[in-house]
Design a protein around this ligand. Structure first.
Ligand code: ADP
Ligand code: MG
Length: 242
């Protein structure tokens, strides 16, 4: 069964048609990488899946719940999704541990001890054991992004959405973050990853989607879409980034 089922998704900002009919289904455990030029609608697609943007038309089902149903409990539905952005979006005045426990306690109503235990387990998973009491400014960008991933994981999402999670990082810090994402993929996490890291997409993605102008131009296995693209627009894009 598909964990995410998107059909006919449209979104405009004023006169600007940003998504022009996106269809996408993601099976449990799948890793889908979304590539495409700047302005093609990749972030808007993820933001619609997370209901940070309200779609104009089309349907989005996550774990069988229709997010686009006007009667849906948006907060409940959103809990199925973990989101990691380009910027790390940690609370700068809170320790790493508090960053990971606050939503567990306030949103999931977990006890303090359960929240701390979950946080410590996820910090260890991303290689940040021992950084519990640091504040974000004491961490490198790569460590902050791994803390942001651990925070999202601590909410036990069904699906993780990543929007260019390594684009703001110094090159030498990118590998550690991609390593954590690769590990998550190996463990069977369902993921949609917007990325310019073609090597990561080639090695980790079950499917690659090339978007341009608000439509999915081409999709398929990485070796096909990146290795042997069928569409001229895909070839032009890849020639610029590879
Ligand atoms: P990508 O992530 O592929 O670079 P985006 O989804 O961020 O593309 O943006 C697609 C287009 O939509 C861009 O032209 C962008 O300027 C525009 N856009 C995105 N968000 C908004 C918004 N909130 N209001 C107006 N225009 C927006
Ligand atoms: Mg974007």
């Amino acid at each position: 069964m598909s964990v995410i089922e998107i059909s006919g998704l449209h979104k405009a900002f004023g006169p600007l048609q940003v998504l022009r009919g996106i269809d996408l289904s993601v099976e449990r455990g799948d890793v889908v990488c979304v590539i495409g030029p700047s302005g093609s609608g990749k972030s808007t697609l993820l933001r619609c899946v997370n209901l940070l943007e309200q779609p104009d038309s089309g349907t989005i089902l996550v774990g069988g719940t229709e997010l686009t149903d006007p009667d849906v409990d948006i907060d409940l539905a959103r809990r199925k999704l973990g989101m990691v952005f380009q910027g790390f979006n940690l609370f700068s005045h809170l320790s790493v541990l508090d960053n990971l426990t606050i939503a567990q306690r306030k949103v999931l109503r977990r006890s303090g001890s359960e929240a701390v235990e979950t946080a410590r387990r996820n910090l260890a998973k991303v290689g940040l054991a021992g950084k519990e009491s640091a504040v974000p400014s004491q961490l490198s960008g790569g460590q902050q992004q791994r803390a942001a991933i651990a925070r999202a994981l601590s909410m036990n999402p069904e699906v993780m959405l990543f929007d260019e999670p390594t684009s703001a990082l110094d090159p030498e810090l990118v590998g550690d973050v991609l390593g954590v994402m690769r590990q998550l993929a190996d463990e069977g996490m369902t993921m949609i990853v917007v990325t310019h890291e073609m090597q990561f997409a080639r090695e980790v993605a079950d499917r690659v989607l090339f978007m341009d102008g608000g439509v999915v131009v081409e999709q398929g296995p990485a070796e096909q879409v990146i290795g042997d693209p069928q569409e001229e627009r895909t070839r032009t894009f890849l020639a610029r980034v590879l």
